[in-house]
Design a binder for this molecule. Sequence first.
Ligand SMILES: Cc1cc2nc3c(=O)[nH]c(=O)nc-3n(C[C@H](O)[C@H](O)[C@H](O)COP(=O)(O)OP(=O)(O)OC[C@H]3O[C@@H](n4cnc5c(N)ncnc54)[C@H](O)[C@@H]3O)c2cc1C
Ligand SMILES: *[C@@H]1O[C@H](CO)[C@@H](O)[C@H](O)[C@H]1NC(C)=O
Ligand SMILES: *[C@@H]1O[C@H](CO)[C@@H](O)[C@H](O)[C@H]1NC(C)=O
Ligand SMILES: *[C@@H]1O[C@H](CO)[C@@H](O)[C@H](O)[C@H]1NC(C)=O
Ligand SMILES: *[C@@H]1O[C@H](CO)[C@@H](O)[C@H](O)[C@H]1NC(C)=O
Ligand SMILES: *[C@@H]1O[C@H](CO)[C@@H](O)[C@H](O)[C@H]1NC(C)=O
Ligand SMILES: *[C@@H]1O[C@H](CO)[C@@H](O)[C@H](O)[C@H]1NC(C)=O
Length: 534
Amino acid sequence: MPQIVASRSKMLVSTTLSLFQILVFSISSAASNPVNNESIFQCLSTHTMHSTLPVYIPNTTSYSSILQSFIQNLFFLSPNTPKPHLIITPLHESHVQTAVICCRKHGLQIKIRSGGHDYEGLSYISYVPFVILDIFNLKSISIDIGDGTAWVQAGATVGELYYRIAEKTPMLGFPAGVCPSVAVGGQFSGGGYGYLLRKYGLAADNIVDAQIVNAEGEILNRESMGEDQFWAIRGGGGASFGVILSWKIKLVPVPSTVTLFTVSRTLERGASELVHKWQYIAHKLPKDVVIRVLISKVNASQAGQKTIQVQFQTLFLGETEQLLSVMEQSFPELGLKPEDCVETSWFQSALNFSGLPMNASLSTVTVNSFIGSFKGKSDYVKEPISESRLQGIWKNILEADNLNMFLTPYGGRMSEIPTSEIPFPHREGNIYQVSYLVIWNEKGTKAAKKSIAWLRTLYKYMEPYVSKSPRSAYLNYRDIDLGHEFQNGTSSYAKAKVWGSSYFGNNFDRLVQVKSKVDPYNFFRNEQGIPPVK
Ligand SMILES: Cc1cc2nc3c(=O)[nH]c(=O)nc-3n(C[C@H](O)[C@H](O)[C@H](O)COP(=O)(O)OP(=O)(O)OC[C@H]3O[C@@H](n4cnc5c(N)ncnc54)[C@H](O)[C@@H]3O)c2cc1C
Ligand SMILES: *[C@@H]1O[C@H](CO)[C@@H](O)[C@H](O)[C@H]1NC(C)=O
Ligand SMILES: *[C@@H]1O[C@H](CO)[C@@H](O)[C@H](O)[C@H]1NC(C)=O
Ligand SMILES: *[C@@H]1O[C@H](CO)[C@@H](O)[C@H](O)[C@H]1NC(C)=O
Ligand SMILES: *[C@@H]1O[C@H](CO)[C@@H](O)[C@H](O)[C@H]1NC(C)=O
Ligand SMILES: *[C@@H]1O[C@H](CO)[C@@H](O)[C@H](O)[C@H]1NC(C)=O
Ligand SMILES: *[C@@H]1O[C@H](CO)[C@@H](O)[C@H](O)[C@H]1NC(C)=O
């Protein structure tokens, strides 16, 4: 009896056929879902060579808990969100091959999920019958200090990667994202940036090999996939080209002591002037300095008066004394004092920027540091915005609730890498990136609509001051609004070209060429997937 209960929540598809048949029988008699017929399970069973392959079916507690545990945008926890017919959670690389072969054979779309941070939930939502191929179990990290490289499986998080590097040495790091719970499967295939970007570029700029499963269910590496496909998966979004199993990355040197500070100012204490000045200097500073700007609405007084708070969050790859002199020279208006500065290791600085205590353990670096419903957008700025226009931005933020902006300086290494080196095109000429994020906590669509409207209003306000033709955007801050006005009556290529140009600039057409070659039948597709033909 306990076995049957377990079978309703989790099917262990194995080659033990007698047990397998019992499980299938118990499922097909219990479920009315037409997709739950024997053939897909039979296929999974026939092709499973290594151990057992866990498959979860709807209306069971383990299905729900697996589904929900990697829904990072709580907006999509709603009962109205379309649900997968199955969730397959490979324990072995060959399980991924099996899943691809069987889903393709049975005409089921797959959504590939590693960490589930997709802003629009595209890794676990679809409007056609689909299966989630959830990679979270494939998360091993093996570091070779000798040659300064690491193999990282797609389900590992950037927090775990940083932790594993720090375990080996404080002298190496990796230029990936700030939020520790994001997985490398999604992030590195879309770019991936953090406080090392001005020194070393993006995560995707530091990938030297990869393993993927293609639409035929074969495992390919850099050599066997060829340079075109290897180019495409480093910034073009993995989900259009195959299932990323693992990345081989080049670790980067960091000093054993780095310095960080966070200086906060409100409008009353000169925040506007400081942001204005920051736009002129941040992208020109030495590569060892990254000053990010976090803008949000806060209480100005107990009486409920609101103001804008700007936090200048900084990493310097060196010691306090040197940082003070750089700041004195370039940004004396900030008034940085020695007591604002904290000297620590690079790993601990990464913890600090993600809001974690500096003594976080391996289990806490994986914990999602961000809980809420949200929608985001992004922009690239090429010319400083005037102070009077900054006032207009503050007005938009003050009129909204929990509408935030994050400004990340470019320049340095970001400007040196050619636009077509990888699909991520936002290089020289961009002085900073804007990330907009509106967050709400109430359930239902009413709060969502209100918050999203605030975000869209601010985005509209920004239009004259940001990149144009196309208005650029960062793929990893996926925005389904892009190209929305072209939804009807246009070919899929023309439609895709709208968001494709925003995310990839002139690299879009090469992505289409690669896609046409490696997945002409468009098995690996999603709402913003690269289309195969022109
Ligand atoms: C709170 C938060 C903080 C963030 N901070 C940063 C940051 O500091 N820097 C930054 O650059 N980005 C940041 N991001 C954006 C983040 O990099 C992207 O959302 C990224 O795509 C998430 O990867 P994931 O695997 O966690 O998400 P998923 O939702 O699992 O995947 C995202 C996309 O990649 C595809 N995908 C996932 N795994 C695979 C795979 N194995 N093979 C092929 N395709 C795959 C999915 O199908 C989907 O299209 C942040 C996002 C959030 C929500
Ligand atoms: C799951 O439950 C819902 C309602 O609770 C029902 O409508 C649906 O048919 C069920 N699906 C399966 C596969 O049993
Ligand atoms: C379910 O069975 C039908 C009819 O036998 C078949 O056409 C269909 O492809 C099967 N679906 C899956 C997902 O196996
Ligand atoms: C991060 O460091 C700053 C000093 O720059 C400190 O004020 C803050 O408390 C730290 N945050 C955490 C979560 O430890
Ligand atoms: C700001 O003030 C409101 C009341 O006006 C209060 O509910 C809220 O908790 C305050 N927020 C913070 C961060 O202090
Ligand atoms: C981290 O330090 C704080 C106090 O500074 C302590 O309360 C906490 O238990 C420590 N956590 C770990 C994991 O050591
Ligand atoms: C697209 O067409 C649908 C119905 O076919 C309609 O509801 C929708 O408003 C149209 N969208 C645009 C942007 O024209």
